[in-house]
Design a binder for this molecule. Structure first.
Ligand code: MG
Length: 380
């Protein structure tokens, strides 16, 4: 029986993780749950899963939940979330709190020696060097939940990295694949939130449309697989059936395929190295018309180049890319800036940043805060 703490249990990844725990009660036990503020859903998860401890980041929401007098310890604030991340007896932490808020609890879990099922790519984008070296020190396994990285992880299973020529991340191209660069000027938030294949949170859906999501994933792959940036490629694959590929030195390419259902990658990370039976619908080749691939248009998708630039600059630059993008996506969703203003805000913020070294989580957070404020200032 694997004991889990699920951070972000009411988000789209977290809900899927909870569903898997409920479907395989003999394999998993959810010992800890942590959420930002959705205490209604958390309450029903507590009743279904009977965890030992839960944490609610938002204090007033935690107080609301305490009034229900549920038979569980209710912690609150960032400290509470960290306590759930480090809960005694827990084998694996599912890191699914969206965005930079997931950094501290995930780092805490690594320090406590918990294996990580990592859905939160920002953790590695912001602090890859720190997280990966701490994980090595503590003998912690970081197993990707991001579908592309799960695909790479599966294709690399049992292989040596010196046999790998290239990692190829696939990208759906998001909501605006068919639009020209000029047409992107006046797309609306509602249009950007219509992802063709995946059902995900708002931030990552907008990031898919700008291709910043792929940029962040290049950085994530750089740290997870210790692969130089020039050996990580991106290819547009609108059907989202091939989740990513590994090209080996002999010219062979291994691809991992399935229907686009997040439960596949989540279940694999949770049960690795075993596979869970019946977790997804099976691929029906009869109804599959075609699989197509094309090079991304770098001119249209400026975010991709920004991500490679951030890797090249190193140090605090990836954290700056991430934080300025978070601020810009929020501004876009509130109607304050245009869609094409998102990469512009990121690029402007990056060009004003003096790269510092990334020695501690504090330095990462300071650089992120600087970037957030600078981006907001530039957008006003
Ligand atoms: Mg992904």
């Amino acid at each position: 029986m694997k004991k889990l703490s699920i951070l972000g249990s009411t988000g789209s990844i977290g809900r899927n993780a909870v569903e898997i725990v409920r479907r395989y009660p003999g394999k998993f036990k959810a010992s800890g749950l942590a959420v930002m503020s959705n205490v209604e859903l958390l309450e029903s998860q507590i009743r279904a899963l009977t965890p030992e401890a839960v944490a609610v980041f938002d204090e007033p929401s935690a107080d609301d939940l305490r009034k229900k007098r549920l038979p569980v310890e209710i912690l609150s604030g960032m400290e509470g979330v960290i306590e759930v991340a480090q809960l005694g007896g827990v084998d694996m932490v599912v890191s699914a709190i969206a965005g930079s808020a997931g950094l501290l609890p995930t780092f805490a879990a690594v320090k406590a020696g918990k294996d990580i099922a990592l859905a939160n790519k920002e953790v590695l984008v912001m602090a890859g060097e720190i997280i990966i070296s701490e994980a090595a020190k503590k003998n912690v396994r970081i197993i990707p939940v991001d579908s592309e990285h799960s695909a790479l992880f599966q294709c690399l299973h049992g292989r040596e990295m010196n046999e790998v020529r290239r990692l190829i991340l696939t990208a759906s191209g998001g909501a605006f694949l068919a639009k020209s660069k000029a047409e992107l000027e006046d797309v609306t938030p509602a249009e950007a939130l219509k992802h063709p294949n995946w059902d995900m949170g708002q931030k990552v859906t907008v990031d898919s449309a700008t291709l910043m999501n792929k940029g962040l994933e290049v950085i994530e792959a750089y740290w997870l697989f210790r692969m130089p940036a020039e050996k990580i490629g991106v290819v547009i694959h609108p059907q989202s059936i091939v989740h990513s590929m590994v090209e080996f030195i002999d010219g062979s390419i291994m691809a991992q395929m399935s229907l686009p259902d997040m439960k596949g990658a989540i279940g694999y990370a949770m049960s690795y190295p075993e596979r869970l039976g019946g977790i997804m619908k099976f691929l029906d080749f009869g109804s599959l018309c075609e699989l197509s691939f094309m090079e991304p248009d770098r001119d249209k998708y400026m975010s991709l180049s920004l991500a490679y630039e951030a890797i090249r600059a190193g140090g605090t630059m990836p954290a700056v890319l991430n934080a300025s993008n978070e601020a810009a996506v929020e501004a876009f969703l509130r109607g304050k800036i245009s869609f094409t203003g998102i990469p512009r805000a990121v690029s402007d913020t990056m060009s004003l940043h003096k790269v510092g070294k990334c020695g501690s989580i504090d330095e990462v957070i300071k650089a992120s805060e600087w970037a957030r404020e600078k981006a907001i200032e530039l957008m006003n």
